[in-house]
Design a protein. Structure first.
Length: 294
């Protein structure tokens, strides 16, 4: 609805396809002279790894590139810029906010989803609903004139997410810097607690994809009798990369605290995503036990 709404307002043409194929998409961009390209992280990852036949001019007509639906790995954004000369900006929104909350400007850090739209407010709160300090992680609460009134016929579900003073509890975890710019670091339900320390999957995934042999990664928490939970990384590596678990472990350890380093790496051909390109993280949980049992 973001794309269609913007197109209707501006009188733009929308190029639709039945399914995403990286080669077809790049040919369509060139054929139709597409100026705005919007998609989830999975699309941008595929474009970053497009066949060599597509050169730097493949996205020459694109003036605005946006990522949404899930956080975009900064490593993928950098690869897109290096290959095509296009800077991908991130936005943040929810259906309940009709749907946009914030949008990054060109000056924002690559990991940021930017500042709120006019009239939209953002709070970051702790488990006691108290505001957190600048640069501290908290649950993202939002409100504004675009906030929905509730879930049709489900007052209980509405009461779970809407506060009495009109804030929407998003379930997302984020950080706001001194410039008021929001960065999403994960979902509250995806938080991993290792020996009492919080581990946010997004920061581990970001560290992993900076390795030149890693195409994409997804991190989940699995039960551990000693530490409560352990960090497990599902990793897609580049063909012929020859990356070992020790290589990945050392790479992450050089960038993050020891308790954030994955205890286990599981190699996969691809990561499960839904029709909107969002990672289906729940489908990865429990696989570490299967791998250990083989």
């Amino acid at each position: 609805n973001v794309v269609l709404g913007a197109a209707l307002r501006s009188g733009a043409t929308v190029v639709l396809s039945d399914r995403f194929d990286v080669a077809d998409a790049l040919r369509s961009v060139r054929r139709h002279g597409v100026t705005t390209l919007v998609g989830p992280p999975a699309m941008w990852a595929a474009l970053a790894e497009a066949p060599a036949e597509f050169d730097a001019d493949a996205l020459a007509t694109v003036r605005l590139a946006l990522a949404g639906a899930a956080p975009l790995d900064p490593g993928i954004a950098r690869r897109i810029e290096q290959r095509y000369g296009v800077s991908v900006r991130q936005g943040y929104g929810l259906t309940e906010m009709s749907p946009v909350v914030s949008l990054a400007s060109p000056s924002c850090p690559v990991s940021s989803v930017g500042t709120p739209l006019p009239g939209v407010e953002i709070r970051l709160v702790d488990e006691d609903a108290a505001d957190v300090l600048v640069d501290d992680v908290g649950e993202v609460w939002v409100r504004g004139p675009n906030l929905f009134s509730g879930y049709l016929g489900d007052d209980a579900a509405t009461a779970e997410v809407l506060t009495a003073d009109g804030w929407l509890r998003t379930g997302d975890l984020g950080v706001v810097d001194r410039g008021g710019r929001l960065t999403i670091v994960g979902r509250l339900k995806d938080l991993i607690v290792v020996s009492g320390f919080n581990v946010y999957p997004a920061e581990v995934e970001e560290a992993l994809v900076t390795h030149q042999g890693v195409v994409s990664a997804a991190v989940v928490g699995e039960p551990d009798p000693r530490t409560g939970e352990r960090v497990v990384a599902h990793v897609v590596t580049a063909p012929g990369a020859g990356v070992t678990d020790d290589d990945l472990r050392d790479h992450v350890a050089a960038r993050l605290a020891g308790y954030k380093v994955p205890a286990q790496f599981i190699r996969v051909g691809d990561l499960p995503v839904g029709v909107a390109g969002k990672l289906r993280r729940r489908e990865l949980r429990g696989q570490s036990n299967v791998e250990e049992g083989r």
